[in-house]
Write a protein that binds this ligand. Structure first.
Ligand code: NDP
Length: 234
């Protein structure tokens, strides 16, 4: 059955691959984009996840065009890495505001219509770093670990209404976010991954699409790693 799907940060990287996977299987797909244009063939709404009013406007536009959001993928995210001693409070709260509070804002906005429909799927894109930690990533790791608490609390609150909430924790994926790593650092990372390679965004998208499918209806509050064995299931 075709569903209405909204992917935040769906204009590039992992978010775009997720949006394309849903579109390929015939769903009605909308993406939020903050900068740049909407990708070809997908319904794009401009939104910044740090701004509740802009999220509300984006949902209203999607509802008018495609119907209420049934599958929400909270994917928009950023890094601002530096060592603890040097990290300013603004660097900490800025990353948390986008990655964690941003996910809370979209989940809250989506929940009303999901409750009314007595059906919904929420998928939060975390990171292997959320559970393993990362040097220079106190802000990012905290924001990604927080998503586990969000998804599990939503599972407890809304689970009886046929609404699931899960976390996908990617390892190293080939996108703009990892493109800035030096070749030496990439070689070092590859050595630490049992699979011996980074992944393509499509490999994350396939897991997200499965979590939204009817076959995954009894999976909720889970953290699913897509990391080539890096976190060993945490
Ligand atoms: P990219 O940097 O390629 O894309 C990030 C996306 O998030 C862009 O669409 C960007 O929009 C959007 N975004 C960032 N801040 C905001 C904001 N305030 N409001 C709205 N949209 C925003 O990242 P990836 O595709 O690599 O990452 C996607 C998700 O996966 C992130 O949550 C990331 O933390 C996570 N992840 C990535 C991994 C990797 O190895 N790449 C590993 C583990 C997790 P814009 O184009 O306007 O900047």
């Amino acid at each position: 059955m075709a569903r209405t799907v909204l992917v935040t940060g769906g204009n590039r990287g992992i978010g775009l691959a997720i949006a394309q996977a849903f579109a390929k299987q015939g769903d009605r797909v909308a993406v939020t984009h903050r900068s740049g244009d909407a990708p070809d063939g997908l319904f794009g709404v401009r939104a910044d996840v740090t701004d509740a009013a802009s999220i509300d406007a984006a949902f209203t536009a999607v509802e008018a065009e495609l119907g209420p959001v049934e599958v929400l993928v909270a994917n928009a995210g950023m890094t601002d890495d530096t060592l603890l001693l040097r990290m300013s409070e603004e660097q900490f709260t800025g990353v948390v505001d986008t990655n964690l509070t941003g996910a809370f804002r979209v989940a809250k906005r989506a929940s009303g219509k999901m409750l009314r429909a007595k059906w919904g799927r929420m998928i939060f894109i975390s990171s292997v770093v959320g559970l393993s930690g990362g040097a220079g990533q106190v802000n990012y790791a905290a924001s990604k670990a927080g998503l586990v608490g969000v998804a599990r609390s939503i599972t407890r609150e809304l689970g009886s209404r046929n609404i699931t909430a899960n976390v996908v924790a990617p390892g190293f994926i080939d996108t703009d976010m990892t493109a800035s790593l030096s070749d030496d650092r990439k070689a070092e990372i590859r050595k630490s991954i049992p699979a011996g390679r980074m992944a393509s965004p499509d490999e994350v998208a396939a897991v997200v699409a499965w979590l939204a499918s009817d076959s995954a209806g009894y999976v909720s509050g889970a953290v699913i790693p897509v990391d080539g064995g890096l976190g060993m299931g945490h």
